[in-house]
Design a protein around this ligand. Structure first.
Ligand code: PMP
Length: 416
């Protein structure tokens, strides 16, 4: 037994029989016994370009060989960080974007939340401290992110950060009511996943994102797009909000930015939000992590973007979007299943029948295990199983994903 303490794991049940993944190749990963699995979830929603892409590996290795890392605090910089920041700013749906790098999604949420509050302090509205989020939301597991959690099971280790208020996940009028009840002059920012991911793959109701952004604009509340899952191709664009015509004040990214080849995250802040910190002599954003702008991580980011553009993976996502939903709908008449969700990006879910689930709350886990035994990886969630395959997935892979999921549902229904 290893000393490795797995995240989000009941160690007592996994410590003696962990699944050791040893290598990956495009949409496939292999365990230490040589068993091949179709990666129907792009690992943890991030392997958008698929596994084992030599171009990215080489770019990282080349950078590590030249300079593995050096601090970017104060006036230090490095070429990969500057290059990637410019590439991201040029693709971000906001004006004059400035890019602040971190090591992952949770880091970036803390950065966005602190920046929102600091921004209002800097422009003379220090009473704007309230951060809004949505039911079912997932914004990482750090201090502010845990406070911004809409998934009840993740709200542990309180008391939480003050001035965080939850709003309905699907109703912009409810968001506006929360702002008005609090007093708009107290509200700093609204955190919004374009499609709620870990909370169950919940595509926004028609018009919700647009209306929520408009409510924020009207009340002077910053719109923070959490594109950690939805960005870098998952919704067919770079930041997951372009399809709604929304221009956020801050956009948060991680995961797909490197497709997992290196840990990296960050935020893009619009020119207006960055201005007090960029244009006021002596004022700094007193925040930053050791590996901000890590050259090897940034090299992975640039190589990922280049590969996505070369292989047309954004357009590929647009093709996959309806195909994934169609495959899931094709197996949604199973007695264990209530409905299929998806159709906004390459993200889908099969929600279990509520009555069956009430009698067997571990259904998602059991179906996930049955599918894994049959060589396909899907994601168990509270009341559903989720799908987020790499963007290199083909129609044949989708067929296999649906076929094996259906067989796994049969296995579980038959008590196998
Ligand atoms: N925001 C969203 C929407 C996420 O899905 C995640 C991770 N699943 C995070 C933030 C946190 O990212 P990380 O796990 O890299 O800290």
């Amino acid at each position: 037994m290893s000393a490795f303490w797995h995240p989000f794991a009941a160690m007592h049940s996994v410590r003696d029989n962990p699944v050791t993944i040893t290598r990956g190749e495009d949409v496939w990963v292999y365990d230490d016994a040589g068993t091949r699995y179709l990666d129907g979830t792009a690992s943890l929603w991030y392997a958008n370009v698929g596994h084992g892409r030599r171009e990215i590996v080489d770019a990282v290795a080349e950078q590590l060989g030249r300079l593995e890392a050096y601090s970017t605090f104060t006036d230090f910089t490095n070429e990969p960080a500057e290059r990637l920041a410019d590439e991201i700013a040029a693709r971000a749906p906001l004006d004059g974007g400035k890019v602040f790098f971190t090591s992952g999604g949770g880091d970036s949420i803390e950065t966005a939340a602190k920046l929102a509050r600091e921004y209002f302090g800097a422009i003379g509205e220090p009473q704007r401290t309230v951060l809004l989020h949505r039911e079912h939301s997932y914004h990482g597991t750090h201090g502010l992110g845990t406070s911004l959690a809409g998934i009840p099971g993740n709200r542990l280790a309180g008391p939480f950060v003050p001035d965080v208020v939850q709003t309905p996940w699907d109703d912009a009028a409810g968001l506006e009511k929360a702002i008005v009840d609090l007093g708009a002059e107290r509200v700093a920012a609204f955190f919004c996943e374009p499609v709620i991911g870990a909370g169950g793959v919940l595509p926004p109701p028609e018009g919700y994102i647009e209306a929520a952004a408009e409510v924020c604009r009207r009340h002077g509340v910053l719109f923070v797009a959490d594109a950690v899952i939805c960005g870098f191709g998952r919704l067919g664009d770079w930041f997951g909000v372009e399809r709604f015509g929304v221009r956020p004040d801050i956009a948060v990214f991680a995961k797909g930015v490197t497709s997992g080849y290196q840990p990296l995250g960050g935020i893009v802040a619009s020119e207006r939000i960055a201005a007090p910190f960029w244009d006021t002599p002596g004022r700094m954003f007193r925040h930053g992590q050791t590996y901000a702008g890590h050259p090897a991580a940034c090299a992975a980011g640039s190589a990922t973007i280049a590969l996505m553009e070369r292989d047309g993976l954004l357009a590929r996502a647009d093709e996959l979007e309806p195909q994934l939903l169609e495959r899931l709908r094709g197996i949604a008449d199973h007695p264990l299943v209530d409905h299929a969700r998806g159709g906004t990006g390459v993200l889908g879910a099969l929600a279990f029948d509520p009555e069956r689930l009430a009698g067997a709350p571990d259904l998602p886990q059991r179906v996930f295990r049955a599918a894994r035994e049959r060589g396909v990886l899907i994601r168990p969630m509270g009341s559903a199983v989720g799908f987020s395959p790499p963007l290199t997935t083909t129609a044949e892979h989708l067929d296999l994903l649906a076929e094996v999921t259906a067989a796994a549902l049969d296995d579980v229904a038959a008590g196998r």
